[in-house]
Unconditional design. Structure first.
Length: 393
């Protein structure tokens, strides 16, 4: 009985969350339709040669193609220096992860002998060790005492070359959006391993350390450098594995930005959108990539908006299913019916919101719709006036 009351109270609280989510979903859909398609902006860029200055393009959006070159070489704490535009250190830690799920009856099996699975009233908490770039704060775990995560000992970091050029033009790597990073295979030649801390005892066996900092990193594969008390195959909580991805130098690129002398800077486009990007490949390939990116992000946000709306409607109607749960079989049936009904309603409403948002964000479409509405009203009024019988004098 207590569990049923708790579920009813939770579903009533869900009404408020559902109400907020509903308007959030509308906001996401509306904002998404008003985003600037930078591929359309890029199509208006002036194509210039990277090997000669173009005074007529000064202060305008330009695109130039050529080989990107950097001043000097860069590396990282575990990576030998090389010809890179940028280097990204990706660090994953072996850590505890908490998952919780609600249970609706006492028949749900929970292994009480399993220290990594606990139940409190109508929720079950499960714990497992995973490799993750963002370890959870174990102090917020429901049962954190037995599942503690240390702080991530080594952080992710991106290192960029001091400067780069394409032909005559200097690129600001701190402001420009760089090409996609490529995974870097690791070898004994490219990995930088500090063997100074790898101490051996008199019998030439590896010694154990109390401090993580004293442990030497090891190259465990062509992808990972491992550092920790365990091994890559059998890690311990707190151990880390490090991989690298890079933007190589001396590759063919296309850069978009505002020409400022012999430099490219950020171009401010429609709706104060900032545009300063470097792509691997040709001008045409870059335009194609931007078109694909915008299309994928647009549909992704539309699906997100629809999903938020569907969830919100389900939460708003949640108390109905909770009350009907007191009647055998009816509760489960009502959840299915509500799920299908809210799916259809969310699909229709989100589609309407998308079309209305497209019109509101397009001034030409808005004017056309306004003229059509005015024209329709005028026609209706004229028909009504013509249908009235003439009065006799």
């Amino acid at each position: 009985m207590q569990n049923s009351l708790n579920r009813l109270t939770g579903s009533l609280k869900g009404i408020l969350i559902g109400f907020i989510l509903f308007f959030v979903s509308i906001g996401v859909l509306y904002w998404n339709e008003g985003r600037v398609d930078l591929s359309g902006v890029a199509k208006d860029a002036i194509k210039i040669s990277a090997t000669e200055q173009n005074p007529e393009a000064e202060g305008k959006l330009v695109s130039l193609s050529g080989t990107i070159e950097t001043d000097g070489i860069i590396g990282d704490i575990y990576l030998q220096e090389g010809d890179y535009v940028a280097v990204r250190r990706n660090v994953e830690m072996y850590a505890w992860d908490e998952k919780s799920e609600s249970v609706e009856n006492n028949d749900t099996y929970v292994d009480n002998q399993n220290p990594d699975q606990k139940r409190i009233e109508d929720r079950v908490y499960s714990y497992e060790k995973v490799w993750t770039s963002n370890p959870s704060d174990s102090s917020k775990f429901k049962f954190g005492a037995d599942h503690q995560n240390p702080q991530k000992a080594i952080q992710d970091e991106t290192i960029k070359a001091p400067s780069a050029k394409v032909g005559l033009y200097t690129l600001n790597l701190d402001k420009a959006q760089l090409p996609a990073f490529q995974e870097l295979p690791l070898t004994e030649e490219t990995a930088l391993l500090d063997e100074g801390d790898l101490m051996m005892d008199d019998d030439e066996e590896m010694m154990y350390f109390d401090n993580f900092e004293d442990i030497a990193p090891t190259l465990e594969s062509n992808k990972y450098i491992f550092k920790g008390f365990g091994t890559l195959e059998a890690p311990e909580v707190g151990d880390v594995r490090i991989s690298y991805s890079v933007v190589p130098s001396n590759q063919q690129v296309t850069a978009f930005g505002q020409q400022s002398g012999t430099e490219l800077s950020t171009f401010v486009g429609p709706k104060n959108s900032n545009f300063y990007r470097i792509f691997s490949g040709t001008h045409e390939e870059s335009l194609s990539k931007m078109t694909t990116e915008h299309s994928q992000s647009t549909w992704g946000l539309r699906i997100l908006g629809f999903f938020l709306m569907w969830v919100s409607l389900g939460m708003l109607l949640g108390p109905i299913s909770t009350v009907l749960d007191f009647v055998p079989l009816v509760g489960d049936l009502s959840k299915s019916v509500i799920g299908i009904a809210t799916f259809i309603v969310a699909a229709v409403v989100s589609t309407v919101v998308v079309f209305v948002s497209m019109i509101l964000h397009n001034i030409i479409a808005l004017i056309i719709v306004a003229l059509l509405v005015v024209g329709a009203v005028v026609m209706v009024l004229r028909q009504k006036a013509q249908s009235k019988p003439a009065t006799k004098s």
